[in-house]
Design a protein around this ligand. Structure first.
Ligand code: SAM
Length: 219
């Protein structure tokens, strides 16, 4: 899969309401996780696949003087992030791809990503980049709704029309260790608002499985 295909898909999502839909759908879980990322005053965070930047803004408000940079391959998403930016957030947004991050080694205290890293055309290289830009003693927090243990999510790749890495929790953990993280743990985060449609068994199962939260610490 090429970055052009990814760009075309998400440029269209930026204009058809799906960007806002992701904020609504992911917001509860993301706020739970950001609250537990240990972001302290002055820390610098990176948001990979920031979409229209709503989580980047939360990262940039997570502690006094904290800052955040969002990276996305979609120019329309970056334009929307800039339009919806609010001046109380110490956040900015840049165009870029996961496999060639334009930041120096060890730049960030925290690297965050919600529902994005599995679109990387070269996942090994993307995870190596995540490890490279994470500071020694820093952490990466990757959130994924699509993973092997969550039934009903395998078809998402064909639904979206893009290839997406399809890994189990153990495989994700191993991939992060291979990328250079010293300690990797995982947890599931469940949306506190309940299933989107309590009468739809697939929605109920999706909600119960929760979001996979991969926490990777760099020595
Ligand atoms: C499903 S959206 C999630 C957006 C946001 N994190 C959220 O939760 O609302 C995935 C985002 O990742 C971006 N993306 C996908 N693959 C990418 C890549 N290889 N490099 C940079 N951005 C990428 C897309 O353009 C899109 O905005």
């Amino acid at each position: 899969m090429s970055h052009d295909e990814i760009r075309t898909t998400f440029d269209s999502w930026a204009g058809n309401g799906r960007a806002e839909g992701m904020e609504e759908g992911h917001g509860d879980v993301v706020q739970q996780v950001i609250g537990q990322m240990g972001i302290r005053p002055g820390m610098q965070s990176l948001d990979l696949g920031c979409g229209h930047g709503w989580a980047t803004r939360l990262l940039g408000k997570a502690a006094p003087g904290a800052t955040a940079i969002g990276v996305d391959v979609s120019p329309a998403m970056i334009a929307k992030a800039e339009e919806t930016h609010d001046l109380t957030s110490r956040a900015r947004y840049v165009l870029g791809t996961f496999d060639a991050l334009d930041f120096k080694d060890g730049r960030f205290d925290r690297v965050f990503s919600m529902e994005a890293i599995y679109y990387a055309p070269d996942l090994t290289r993307a995870l190596a980049e995540v490890a490279r830009v994470t500071k020694s003693g820093g952490e990466a927090h990757l959130l994924l709704d699509r993973y092997k243990e969550s039934e009903h999510t395998e078809a998402w790749s064909s639904d979206v029309g893009l290839s997406m890495a399809w890994l189990s929790t153990a495989e994700w953990e191993e991939a992060l260790r291979c990328a250079g993280f010293a300690e990797v743990t995982s947890a599931r985060v469940v949306d506190s608002r309940g299933p989107r449609d309590p009468n739809d068994p697939a929605r109920v199962a999706l909600h119960a499985a929760g979001t996979l939260w991969l926490r990777a610490a760099k020595a």
